[in-house]
Design a protein around this ligand. Structure first.
Ligand SMILES: Cc1cc2nc3c(=O)[nH]c(=O)nc-3n(C[C@H](O)[C@H](O)[C@H](O)COP(=O)(O)OP(=O)(O)OC[C@H]3O[C@@H](n4cnc5c(N)ncnc54)[C@H](O)[C@@H]3O)c2cc1C
Length: 470
């Protein structure tokens, strides 16, 4: 079988002809400039960039269908592109082809307050959607750390983030999508009913498909009312295990936590440096409760009891919006804080998830593994979902360190899988986790391959992601 490089050069001529046709049709909405193509390859991870041959910016579903039909006729790969914030090499173009950038499809089509839903184009960012909704007292809940992520990209990676413990992930929050399939047909996967038993669930087939099955051009998503009262706290613990136990107890009790995030001591050190805070350098939970003044008061009281029993050192509550947003800004900047604290190093962010009862065991074993491997790797997690990240900080030129880190990442994924968890709770597979997905899914992967072959027999939609070969 040809390597990506061989296949890339074989397809270069075909791609040139295709790009010429695109230019004729879409004019200056197509570019082959190195800088812009480079920006459309993977830039946020350790995985080397593989830029596309060109970038095209469609402005409608019909234009997307037109581009996909042309790509099929010329057998040229199409890599859908939202904001490029994904972390596993998702937007690389290992076989060349064209990045289809959806950022100019950024209309909020309709907001329906009585149904608590809205329909938007795929290029709308979560930040802009929430700005649009604020005046109506509504918000869209899914909140991955990257503010500029697009709703299309978030659906395609089945993203989640800090709010998922209460409001769910993209899987629970998308009611339907409009998508262009590999043969250029346009489908709307469902209506807007909150439940449906109408045949196969095509919406959820496309959510998490990483651009390999169809290009999402519109989505209808669920909305929530902005809560009357929001209370947040920072709560340091004597031990990592204590912080995990408090999270597990709070979740099992059904305490209505809106967010519960764990940062280990070294991540707190990075946050302090980056955000000029003075938090105690100890394993710490950031928590947030949403409700009425009475319900949040009750929740806070119960949580304090649980946390004290698990070894909480103190509680710093923040009710004023400014204090709260300063805290959560610091939490959101955790990734960038690691970069600031270890300048010149590369960050290898990864995530795993386990059933919540195994969380403390998985995190403490991982912490022990980091220490034994001689690595620096802060831990930060959406622990209410049993999901956590490690961010190994490495010198990519140091062969010994890279060998150690790759062995650590393999053990981390295998540890989560052995605990009946998964190699990725939210970042997805892209290129970076193909090998480990093979270990996680075994027979299930063959079914996924059959679906891919049936829906994209020419393998033009984001080839080289999720599977080595389709
Ligand atoms: C600092 C930081 C923190 C992060 N924290 C989190 C977190 O807490 N939780 C979390 O879930 N993620 C997190 N992420 C990852 C990232 O934000 C998500 O993967 C995000 O959902 C990607 O959105 P995007 O618009 O940037 O998509 P892109 O990166 O552009 O694309 C992602 C994938 O989706 C495909 N795609 C994009 N748009 C479409 C479309 N319209 N139709 C079909 N396929 C499409 C692409 O081909 C690619 O495979 C974080 C990233 C960063 C940089």
């Amino acid at each position: 079988m040809a390597t990506p490089k061989q296949r890339r050069s074989e397809s270069a001529r075909t791609s040139d002809a295709f790009v010429a046709l695109l230019k004729e049709r879409f004019g200056d909405r197509v570019t082959t400039g190195d800088a812009i193509c480079g920006q459309h390859a993977n830039t946020l991870t350790w995985i080397p960039s593989e830029p596309p041959d060109a970038v095209v910016w469609p402005v409608s579903t019909l234009e997307v269908a037109e581009i996909v039909a042309l790509a099929g006729a010329h057998r040229v790969p199409i890599v859908p592109f939202g904001a490029g914030t994904s972390l596993e090499g998702h937007v690389n173009a290992p076989f060349g082809g064209v990045a289809l950038d959806l950022q100019r499809m950024d209309r909020v089509i309709e907001v329906r307050p009585r149904d608590l839903d809205c329909t938007i184009e795929a290029g709308v960012t979560r930040k802009r959607l929430n700005e649009h909704l604020r005046d109506q007292g509504l918000f869209f809940s899914v909140d991955p750390g990257a503010e500029d992520a697009t709703l299309g990209g978030m659906a395609a990676t089945r993203a989640s983030g800090t709010n998922a413990v209460r409001y769910g992930t993209m899987r629970e929050n998308v009611l339907n999508v409009t998508a262009v399939m590999a043969d250029a047909t346009i489908v709307r996967t469902a209506g807007r009913a909150r439940k449906s038993a109408a045949g196969y669930d095509l919406t959820r087939l496309l959510i998490g498909s990483e651009g390999t099955l169809g290009i999402i051009t519109e989505l209808t998503v669920r909305l929530f009312g902005i809560p009357e009262t929001v209370v947040a706290a920072v709560c340091p613990f004597e031990s990592l295990e204590g912080a995990c136990d408090a999270s597990i107890d709070a979740i099992s009790l059904g305490l209505g936590l809106a967010r519960i995030e764990l940062l280990d001591a070294i991540q707190i050190k990075a946050v302090n440096t980056h955000s000029k805070l003075d938090l105690e350098e100890a394993p710490t939970l950031f928590v947030e409760f949403h409700g009425t003044p009475a319900t949040t008061k009750d929740q806070v009281r119960i949580f304090e009891g649980i946390a004290r029993d698990a070894g909480a050192l103190r509680f710093d509550w923040a009710e004023a919006p400014d204090d709260r947003s300063r805290l959560w800004r610091a939490r959101h900047d955790a990734f960038w804080a690691v970069g600031t604290t270890w300048p010149g190093k590369t960050l290898l962010v990864t995530d795993v998830a386990v059933p919540i009862s195994r969380l403390a065991e998985c995190i403490t074993k991982t912490e022990d593994d980091i220490r034994r491997s001689g690595l620096t790797a802060p831990i930060v997690g959406h622990v209410g979902d049993g999901n956590f990240h490690t961010i190994p900080v490495v010198d990519t030129g140091d062969e010994r360190e890279m060998t150690a880190v790759h062995a650590f990442l393999d053990r981390l994924a295998d540890r989560a899988i052995a605990m009946d968890g998964t190699c990725s709770g939210e970042h997805g597979i892209g290129q970076g986790k193909i090998a480990v997905l093979e270990r996680e899914l075994a027979g299930g992967l063959d079914v996924m391959r059959q679906i891919k072959r049936a829906l994209d027999p020419l393998n033009i939609l984001n080839p080289g992601k999720i599977f080595r070969t389709a």
